[in-house]
Design a protein around this ligand. Structure first.
Ligand code: GLU
Length: 540
C-alpha cells in the first residue's frame, strides 16, 4: 500500500494494478458495531493446511480470538483445504497444536465441532455447486470450457491477458458460444469451470474495520474461477458460502487478502446475502526486521530467528524448523509479542496477559501501517514473562530443559530455589541450563585467566581457613558472607580479591547471582569440595 501525498488518497498496489481507496472521514465503527449488536459475534480463522503456520497466521488467529472474546463471541477454526494440490499432511494438526499452545483454542473446529460443521471445506464439497449454478442461472457466472493449453496460448499471445470483460466474448464459454453448443458440451461432460462474471465499469466498496472505506474498480478484476473442473470450489466461492452458512459476523485476515475483497463483495451481493456480510478487518503486514517487505518464512532461516510458533517438521524434506516454543519462549510472551505487531493500547504499556488483551483489545488501535518484526523485542518480552513467573510454574519447562541435557533433579525444593535465583537472568527458557548448570554439577572448566595471574599463597591459606569455618556447620548466606569478610579482613586481604575467586570456584566463571546465595544453596560440603577441586588448579 502506498500513499499519494499530494491528493491524500491511498492506493493498493496489486499485480501491477492500482485500486483506489477513497478518502473517508473517521468511519462509523461504533454505528455498525451497534447495528451488529443483536447478533452473536462469530469470527473465524480460516487457514489453508499448506505447511507450517507462519507467525503472521497466528497473529491473525489471535486478533480474531481477542475480538471474539472481548465481545463474548465464538472463535471458529475452519480448515480451507479446497486446493488439494497444496495440501500438506500434518498441517491441520499443527495449526490446532499452535492455537492450543498459545492458549487460544477454537470454540468450534474440525476436532470439536459445533452446529455449523463440517469445519473442513473438503468435507463440504457437495454444498458449493448449488450456489455456483445459481449464479449461472442468474447471469452472474458462466461455464468456461477453455483448456489449460488454450489459456496458456492466450497468455502468450495477449499482453497482460486477463480472463474478464475485455476478452471473455472471444473465449470458449457459455457467454461466447451459442446455447446449443454449450448444451452439447455440458451433455458430453466436457471438463469446465464456473467463472464469476465481473461487471464492467463498476466500483465496489466496503468499510474495512481498520482501513475505513475501500473502493475497487471492477475493470481491474478478472473473472475468477468459482468452481473447478473437479467440482471443488475455489477459495473465493468457499469463503463466501461458508462465512454465510457459518453465520460469521466479523473476519480478521491479512492485508494480502484485500485484493480478493471485490470478488467477495460481488459474490455476497449476487447471492443475495449482502445484509449478512461479515465486517472485515485487513490486518497490517508483518515486515522484515529492516522494515523492507513482508516477513517471509525464508527470512527466519536467513536471519536466525523462528517464524513458526512450534517446531515444524517438513515430511517431504525431513527438515525440522525450530519454532518459538523449541527456542525457549513462553506462550504468554509469544502471544504478548504477537499482539503488539500492529496493535497497542495507546498508553505505552507493553506487557499484557491474554486476559488483559481480551479486555483492552480495540479495533481503533490497530495500525494500518505494516508492523516491523523485531526478534530482540520478542526476547525482551520473554525475559519479562520469565521474571514474572512463580518458580512452581516454570518448573515443568526447566525440568524439560534439564531432561534434554540428561540431568534429573529429584530434590523439588532445591530446584525451585535455583529457579528463583536464576530466572531474572534468563531470556530464553533454554538459558536455564547455561545459567544454572553449576547447581547440578561442579564446573569442569574455570576462567583461570581471571584468577591465576593474581594468585598468592595468602589466598590459598585464606581458602583453607574458610573451609574450616564451613566445616563447622551449615550457614545461611548472610552469616557465611559475614564470616568470609571478617576472615579476609583478619588476613589483610581485600574482600574483592577473594570473592571473585570464590565465584569462579563455584560456578566456573564471572557470572551468576550473589555468590553467597550460591554457596548457601550448594551447601557447606559441596562448597568445600568445589574449593578443594579449584585450589588444585588455581594454586599450581
Ligand atoms: N484460506 C485463507 C488463508 O489461507 C483465508 C483467507 C481469509 O481469511 O479469507 O489465509
Amino acid at each position: 500500500m502506498g500513499e499519494d501525498r499530494k491528493s491524500g488518497r491511498f492506493f493498493v498496489y496489486i499485480n501491477f494494478t492500482t485500486f483506489r481507496l477513497t478518502d473517508f472521514p473517521t468511519f462509523g465503527l461504533t454505528t455498525y458495531l451497534r447495528a451488529m449488536s443483536d447478533k452473536r459475534v462469530r469470527v473465524r480463522f480460516a487457514p489453508s493446511p499448506t505447511g507450517g503456520l507462519h507467525l503472521g497466521g497466528v497473529r491473525t488467529a489471535l486478533f480474531n480470538y481477542l475480538f471474539a472474546k472481548k465481545n463474548n463471541g465464538d472463535f471458529i477454526l475452519r480448515i480451507e483445504d479446497t486446493d488439494q494440490t497444496r495440501y500438506v499432511e500434518g498441517a491441520e494438526q499443527y495449526i490446532i497444536d499452535c492455537l492450543n499452545w498459545c492458549g487460544i483454542p477454537p470454540d468450534e473446529s474440525p476436532v470439536n465441532g459445533g452446529q455449523y460443521g463440517p469445519y473442513r471445506q473438503s468435507e463440504r464439497k457437495s454444498l458449493y455447486r448449488q450456489y455456483a449454478e445459481k449464479l449461472v442461472m442468474d447471469g452472474h457466472a458462466y461455464y468456461a470450457f477453455d483448456t489449460a493449453e488454450d489459456l496458456e496460448r492466450h497468455r502468450k499471445e495477449v499482453p497482460n491477458f486477463q480472463y474478464g470483460h475485455a476478452y471473455r466474448k472471444s473465449l470458449r464459454n457459455s457467454i461466447a458460444l451459442p446455447q446449443h453448443e454449450v448444451d452439447a458440451l455440458l451433455e458430453a461432460h466436457t471438463p469446465h469451470v464456473i467463472r464469476l462474471k465481473v461487471p464492467e465499469d463498476r466500483s465496489v466498496s466496503f468499510t474495512d474495520m481498520i482501513r475505513g472505506r475501500v473502493t475497487f474498480e471492477t475493470n481491474q478484476v478478472d473473472d475468477k474461477v468459482l468452481l473447478k473442473a473437479d467440482g471443488m470450489p475455489t477459495y473465493h466461492l468457499a469463503v463466501v458460502v461458508d462465512d454465510y452458512l457459518m453465520k460469521i459476523t466479523h473476519a480478521f485476515r491479512g492485508e494480502e487478502w484485500l485484493p480478493s475483497a471485490p470478488v467477495h463483495l460481488l459474490l455476497w451481493d449476487y447471492l443475495g446475502w449482502k445484509a449478512d456480510m461479515p465486517q472485515w478487518a485487513h490486518l497490517p503486514l508483518i515486515l522484515k526486521p529492516d522494515g523492507h517487505g513482508k516477513l517471509s518464512k525464508r527470512d527466519g532461516a536467513r536471519l536466525g530467528f523462528p517464524v513458526y510458533a512450534l517446531d515444524w517438521a517438513d515430511k517431504a524434506t525431513g527438515i525440522i524448523t525450530e519454532g518459538f516454543k523449541g527456542m525457549g519462549f513462553l506462550p504468554q510472551a509469544f502471544v504478548n509479542f504477537l499482539a503488539t505487531l500492529g496493535w497497542n493500547d495507546g498508553t505505552g504499556q507493553e506487557v499484557f496477559s491474554l486476559d488483559e488483551l481480551m479486555q483492552k483489545f480495540s479495533l481503533e488501535r490497530i495500525s494500518k501501517a505494516g508492523a516491523r518484526f523485531d526478534f530482540e523485542k520478542a526476547k525482551w518480552y520473554n525475559a519479562e514473562w520469565i521474571k514474572m513467573q512463580k518458580a512452581e510454574s516454570l518448573k515443568p519447562y526447566v525440568q524439560q530443559v534439564l531432561e534434554d541435557k540428561a540431568t534429573v533433579i529429584n530434590n523439588e525444593d532445591y530446584l525451585l530455589t535455583v529457579i528463583d535465583l536464576i530466572k531474572d537472568r534468563c531470556v530464553l527458557l533454554t538459558d536455564f541450563y547455561v545459567q544454572a548448570g553449576y547447581f547440578f554439577e561442579a564446573p569442569a572448566v574455570y576462567d583461570l585467566v581471571s584468577v591465576k595471574p593474581k594468585w598468592t599463597d595468602e589466598k590459598t591459606t585464606f581458602f583453607k581457613l574458610f573451609k574450616d569455618i564451613l566445616a563447622g556447620g551449615q550457614l545461611n548466606a548472610a552469616d557465611m558472607e559475614a564470616k568470609f569478610k571478617a576472615l579476609a579482613e583478619e588476613k589483610g586481604l581485600k574482600t574483592g580479591d577473594v570473592m571473585l575467586p570464590l565465584r569462579i570456584m563455584l560456578v566456573g566463571g564471572k557470572f551468576g547471582p550473589h555468590v553467597f546465595d550460591i554457596a548457601a544453596l550448594l551447601g557447606n560440603q559441596e562448597t568445600i569440595n568445589r574449593i578443594d577441586k579449584a585450589l588444585a588448579e588455581f594454586a599450581n
